[in-house]
Design a protein around this ligand. Sequence first.
Ligand code: TRP
Length: 333
Amino acid sequence: MSDKKRIFSGVQPSGIITLGNYLGAIKNWTQLQDEYDCIYCIVDLHTLTVRQDPKELRQRSLSLAAIFLACGLDPAKNIIFLQSHVSAHAELTWILNCYTYFGELSRMTQFKDKSQKHPDNVNVGLFDYPVLMAADILLYQTDLVPVGLDQKQHLEITRDIAIRFNNIYGNVFKVPEVYIPKVGAKIMSLQDPTSKMSKSDENENNYISLLDPPDVIMRKFRRAVTDSETVIRYDEENKPGISNLMNIYSSLTGKSFEEIESEFAGKNYGEFKAAVGETTVEALKPIQEKYYFLMQNKDYLQEILKQGAENASRIANRTLAKVYHKVGLLPRL
Ligand code: TRP
């Protein structure tokens, strides 16, 4: 095994991948692949906590794998796999359930939010969601977990469970840390620039999908909410819309806010929006081409996922065997 630090992250195959997901996360992952030992999991089991159309879920899982590769994650350098292909995730979840308290899961804000959103389906899986996530992370002796703010509470409970287990049985799990990337923009909704660009948003004008065609991208930027001034200047508080567009433009071009301000001095919002749109179209073009190519080569994608599951299983089963032994389960010879 290498002495590089290990990164683990999971993404649900539950919706459209947005420009926000790309600039805020996936693009940075491609820059970690040499420095770290990276594992990316398509968390299909988590997705079952809300009702899914089976055919669509299969399609989305494969599509997300294609997106990862199209965005530049190299399958030779990263492990990319489906959670349901590595049975250790479900198995460790059961064990960890017995070391997690009803009270602490009841306090999870995501559980409370989602129960309110789906009052007719407050299932046990939804309640247990954080424990499955803990199992994901702990199986791989993960050092760092790159997650957004909304997942910090889940990382804290993962740490609590790991520490609790280690206190009883010795050093079984590495206690993971949140990884806050040095770069990586937080991209906001185009229609409501005070909330995050979300892939589960009902209003599709709020987000740019990584697979939006050029005319749609241009239109969505044209309609983006701005302010009643006319000057292009970075000011998150008073000009959240323009600042968000500047963030997008800066992430795509590498230009600083000062450079952007002088580039667009004297220009109007329409011109700026068109420039952001064109830059986005250009940046997404090679990703989309690779994506559609991969989706026509499903055998290749499936082979990548098979390899990924094999490599992941090897690591995960080692941890699971240790856990089984520690808690007193007889080994199967
Ligand atoms: N809960 C995470 C989210 O919705 C997805 C996830 C599942 C995850 N397992 C994980 C993220 C493990 C990081 C590590 O974004």
